[in-house]
Design a protein around this ligand. Structure first.
Ligand SMILES: Nc1ncnc2c1ncn2[C@@H]1O[C@H](COP(=O)(O)OP(=O)(O)O)[C@@H](O)[C@H]1O
Ligand SMILES: [Mg+2]
Length: 396
């Protein structure tokens, strides 16, 4: 049995060659492994093709065209991530990295081995995509566990030494590439689903509405987990004036915007709740969300009064390796301290940015800037084999 469900009938033999513990004859395994490694190398040498928002709304809102693209593009991106893992010294000794490698290989094969008749058939291809997505769910957690093991092995307790910075870069590159794959798969599943919106992009995405929903959701979480709710004001402005009707609309993936705003609000609410000892103190620490825009950008500022980021934490907030609240008591923290680096990755994915300014003793201003012009909204996909994104853990 293959360890994950993505390999279709008839592939179990090939799979046996990938498993860390071999089950079939040595010679046959060797042949299969070499074949596959060569295929991975071949795809990894190709350049990934970033998709523009224009295409998401056009040809890639059409399932068969998107399926064809996925079967050539996904193997390139998965192959790069496979090689990315293999660039870590002694990666086979870390169970979590072996698991992540296996997940990538399964997905690579699932896409690379589709025949034309298979990808053209939605009934066949959709379950393949669903299974790849389901198998990928543990990847983030496995990577974080692997990263902690690597740091322990290295014996470093700093987050800013060269090894940790390289490891952080590895995670950034890997997770950005993975985010792109997940978005493309999400697009396929959405445009083969029942929703009238053909895909995950909303050409009329209402940034104010998304922020309002995120605020409601986070406030609900606060109520459930702590029985207290901070005040959150959401306002919208454009060059045309203030008010809900003036709220900026633009072509965007609302799920990405929701993810980022929710993480930022969770942090602001969590910190405000930690500091406020009474309801009146909490009322004196309102959180403000301002949504504004000109023709080229939508900018969202989230301001809190929770005294800023403690000095000893500083720029560690952007590290996947640092967790500010390891106990995750409040239900507001993911618990791995990766809310901010992951949110910044989500912002960058379509050409945006996320910055934080900490005002010591006062609070935090988070600035999220997203391109509004469709031509600027293009996937950022790391070309791991070609760019300076090669990770040099080996040399450290
Ligand atoms: N608005 C904020 N005010 C004060 N500290 C913050 C704020 N946002 C983030 N931080 C600090 O940065 C750390 C990392 O945040 P994050 O990446 O979201 O991970 P997590 O919330 O899981 O700890 C937090 O634990 C907290 O110490
Ligand atoms: Mg957080």
């Amino acid at each position: 049995m293959p360890p994950f469900g993505v390999v279709r009938r008839g592939c179990a033999m090939r799979w046996a060659g990938l498993l860390p513990r071999m089950r079939f004859g040595q010679r046959r395994n060797f042949v299969f492994r070499e074949d596959l490694a060569a295929k991975v190398a071949e795809y990894a040498a190709m350049k990934p093709n970033p998709v523009s928002l224009h295409s998401w709304l056009g040809e890639f809102a059409e399932p068969v065209q998107l399926a064809e693209f996925l079967c050539t593009e996904m193997p390139i991106r998965y192959a790069e991530r496979i090689r990315n893992i293999e660039s870590i010294p002694a990666w086979q000794d870390i169970k979590e990295l072996v698991d992540v490698h296996t997940i990538q290989l399964n997905a690579f094969q699932a896409f690379a081995e589709q025949s034309r008749t298979q990808w053209q058939d939605v009934q066949h291809f959709k379950p393949v995509v669903e299974e790849v997505q389901a198998a990928d769910r543990m990847t983030k957690l496995l990577l974080m566990q692997a990263a902690q093991k690597l740091r322990r092995q290295r014996g470093t307790d700093s987050f800013m030494d060269e090894f940790s910075l390289e490891l952080n870069k590895f995670l950034d590159v890997f997770l950005l590439s993975r985010l792109g794959c997940n978005m493309l798969m999400g697009q396929y599943l959405a445009c083969t689903g029942a929703s009238p919106l053909k895909g995950i992009v909303n050409p009329q995405c209402d940034a104010f509405e998304v922020c309002r929903k995120a605020a409601d959701e986070v406030k609900r979480r606060c109520e459930i987990s702590q029985g207290r709710v901070p005040i959150v004001h959401v306002e919208a402005f454009t060059m045309a004036g203030q008010g809900v009707t003036k709220a900026p609309r633009f072509s965007y993936i609302p799920g990405i915007l929701m993810h980022i705003v929710r993480e930022l609000l969770k942090n602001s609410c969590q910190r405000s709740l930690e500091l406020a000892e009474s309801a009146s103190e909490l009322h004196e620490m309102p959180i403000h969300v301002v949504v504004c825009a000109d023709k080229r950008h939508v900018v969202i500022r989230i301001t809190d009064r929770a005294r800023g980021i403690p000095r000893q934490i500083g720029s560690k907030i952007w590290s996947y390796l640092y967790s500010g609240s390891p106990t995750a008591i409040s239900g507001l923290s993911f618990g791995y301290g990766i809310g901010l680096p992951l949110s910044r990755l989500h912002a960058r994915y379509l050409g945006g940015s996320l910055d934080l300014v900490s005002l010591p003793g006062y609070g935090v201003d988070a600035y999220l800037s997203l391109p509004r012009v469709e031509a600027d909204l293009v996937e950022q996909v790391p070309d791991i084999e070609q760019d300076a994104t090669q990770i040099n853990l080996l040399t450290l």
